[in-house]
Design a protein around this ligand. Structure first.
Ligand code: SF4
Ligand code: SF4
Ligand code: SF4
Length: 363
């Protein structure tokens, strides 16, 4: 590593993480309503409504076979009832092929997807890169307090969606998550304010039509009391701030480590990569059909392979952690990719996946 004088200027952590602001979605939900019941029941009802009314041809879900869940699109009420949508709600599309990949590759189909905020951010980045047609996709977004590191742990859905798993149980990428509400969705669902009362709102025109119709059918009840909405806002603020605090701490620790130690740790991680490309296939933002890194991976050294990928992702990584989950070498990929990305994007006042009006900074 170069001398101190030649090192690139470091953005103070407080500037990078201090005042991240959502530039869209904030306070723009048209109206909130309440649903007093089971979240899975509501999601199934909503999915069936979308299919029956032709708003969507299907909902991206999974099928369970011998304990494994793989991608499936539920296209009828029966299939919706049989789909393990609770798995998707608990873990995101972990264990399935990426939701956004499915929406992207079936560009001509009207599909509904259930997304956590990091997945909604990925969809925003993909839409900006013309990889997802938002006119066709129907996005059902959920506030997310964070998910468990152990995907096999049985969780009560409503508890898992209303409070973060404690301490060590929280997934690594979720510790540094700074966006716990979907920046974009057609319909929003939140259990943050109360595990017993679901808040349901819409922002887009098609989302508003769906919510209105569910209200007319008596599925959704009246507007929630103000304290529930304030309770949600307060929780979101705390969760976002906690994520930024983790980012600040991690960055502070990294920058206070002597250069030679930092470099040797970094190179150790890079060199342990087997170039299996599982992280590329799992990443919702890796959308090139003919990925040169996959095709020619054996021509790259492990470090060049990973550094090239990191540079490609510098303005796009949304810290979803899907790469962490598949890496056979347990390389802390979301930690490395997101920190590198945020150091780059904070210089451009850019936060990936939250603002349609800001074009990508690299492609
Ligand atoms: S990174 Fe974790 S906490 Fe953040 S939205 Fe995704 S799953 Fe939820
Ligand atoms: S690099 Fe990893 S953390 Fe970043 S978007 Fe891709 S899969 Fe998610
Ligand atoms: S999943 Fe891990 S080992 Fe495989 S290519 Fe990605 S970083 Fe390398």
């Amino acid at each position: 590593m170069g001398s101190k004088a030649s090192r690139p200027q470091v953005t103070p952590p407080s500037k990078a993480w201090g005042k991240t602001k959502l530039l869209m979605g904030e306070g723009k939900v048209v109206e909130w309503f309440m649903y007093k019941g089971d979240v899975l029941q509501l999601v199934r009802r909503l999915a069936k409504h979308l299919i029956e009314t032709g708003v969507a041809e299907g909902i991206v879900s999974g099928v369970s076979k011998e304990g494994k869940v793989s991608l499936h699109i539920a296209r009828s009420a029966v299939e919706v009832d049989e789909s393990p949508l609770d798995h998707v709600l608990l873990h995101g599309y972990r264990g399935l092929e990426s939701t956004v990949r499915a929406a992207r590759e079936r560009k001509k189909e009207k599909l509904a997807v259930l997304v956590k905020p990091c997945e909604a951010r990925a969809i925003v980045e993909l839409a900006k890169r013309r990889q997802v047609d938002l006119n066709l996709a129907f996005i059902i977004g959920f506030d997310c307090p964070g998910i468990r590191a152990n995907s096999d742990a049985g969780d009560e859905l409503k508890e898992a969606m209303s409070a973060a798993p404690s301490g060590e149980l929280l997934r690594d990428a979720c510790r540094r998550c700074e966006v716990h509400a979907p920046p974009h969705a057609d319909v929003y669902i939140s259990l943050l304010a109360s595990p017993e009362i679901l808040l349901v709102g819409a922002k887009t025109e098609k989302g508003t039509r769906v919510v209105e119709s569910l209200r007319k059918d008596g599925v959704l009840s009246d507007r929630p009391p103000q304290e529930l909405l304030l309770g949600r806002e307060k929780k979101l603020k705390l969760l976002d701030e906690k994520g930024r605090e983790t980012l600040r701490e991690e960055e502070g620790k990294l920058l206070s480590t002597p250069n030679n130690e930092r470099l040797s740790w970094f190179m150790g991680q890079l060199n342990s990569c087997t170039r299996c490309s599982a992280c590329i296939r799992a990443c919702p933002l890796c959308f090139c059909k003919d990925c040169v890194l996959i095709a020619e991976r054996k021509k790259y050294s492990p470090s060049l392979f990973l550094v090239t990928r990191m540079l490609h992702m510098a303005d796009a990584c949304v810290c979803c952690g899907k790469c962490d989950e598949v890496c056979p070498k347990s390389i802390p990929l979301s930690y490395m990719f997101y920190h590198l990305g945020r150091r780059f994007t904070s210089r451009h006042s850019y936060l990936s996946g939250v603002d349609f009006s800001k074009p990508p900074r690299i492609v």
